[in-house]
Design a protein around this ligand. Structure first.
Ligand code: SF4
Length: 236
């Protein structure tokens, strides 16, 4: 078992199943985890919009934005594309950067329209081609593209974010200055999991980075401190 696999096991035991991607429930007025998303193309679309909205903002704010889009029944490709920018912007205001995010959503939809808003067409594209297409859309960077690929399109690709870089550099397995692609290559080489495990691992990393391995890390209570370079350095 590689060290990256061992860390997965520890995080999994500590934080338990995360069950991403959450889907907004109108009845509950909040996100539901462990629903087995994507169950259908509606889930896929919601995940894509959620992946754009969550850029630089906590999920609880995204939830409110998704709830507002659902409330006025425009969270579907054609309806959202037709909706006026100011309507979308007012719904997604809680997710911050709402004018820019409205443009990003519209940029995605402009491209999606070229394939007739068809998830069947998306599914036909090989992962590297689909990734290239997503990255060509203004406002979709590697983290958003890979979140879409993994969580909406069930593609085996590791999502790298600031938490991943912070935790794994403190563990001395990557460097904080490593590029997105190089950290991703490292995970693809070291973690031989299924798509489900890739899904869980990223979610576990987020849980750990959010609650324990914060900017100011809470090392004494950390499940990884026995193997952590940063912790051993501050102890010595
Ligand atoms: S021991 Fe501290 S620095 Fe290391 S992973 Fe845990 S919280 Fe992060």
């Amino acid at each position: 078992m590689s060290e990256v696999e061992e860390i997965y096991s520890i995080l999994n035991k500590t934080y338990k199943k995360q069950g991403w991607w959450p889907i907004f429930s109108n009845e509950k007025g909040s996100s539901e985890y462990n629903v087995g998303a994507p169950r259908d193309d509606n889930d896929r679309f919601e995940i894509i919009i959620g992946a754009i909205l969550t850029q630089n903002v906590a999920w609880k704010n995204v939830e409110k934005a998704l709830g507002a889009l659902k409330k006025i029944k425009i969270l579907s490709p054609r309806k959202l594309h037709k909706a006026e920018d100011k309507i979308i912007a007012s719904c997604i205001k809680p997710a911050g950067y709402y004018n820019q995010k409205t443009i990003k959503i519209k940029n995605f939809l402009n491209w999606f329209k070229t394939i007739n808003y068809s998830f069947d067409e998306l599914k036909k594209l090989k992962t590297d081609i689909l990734r290239e297409r997503l990255l060509e859309i203004n406002g979709i960077g590697p983290e958003t593209a890979d979140s879409i690929l993994l969580y909406a399109m069930d593609r085996k690709i590791f999502v790298i974010d600031a938490y991943t870089k912070r935790i794994f550099s403190r563990l001395n397995l990557t460097s904080i200055d490593d590029s997105y692609d190089s950290v991703q290559k490292f995970f693809h080489k070291e973690f031989n999991g299924t798509i489900k495990k890739y899904n869980e691992y990223h979610a576990l990393i987020v849980a750990h980075g959010k609650d324990i391995c914060k900017n100011k890390p809470l090392c004494s209570g950390c499940c990884l401190n026995h193997t952590c370079f940063y912790y051993s350095e501050i102890q010595s």
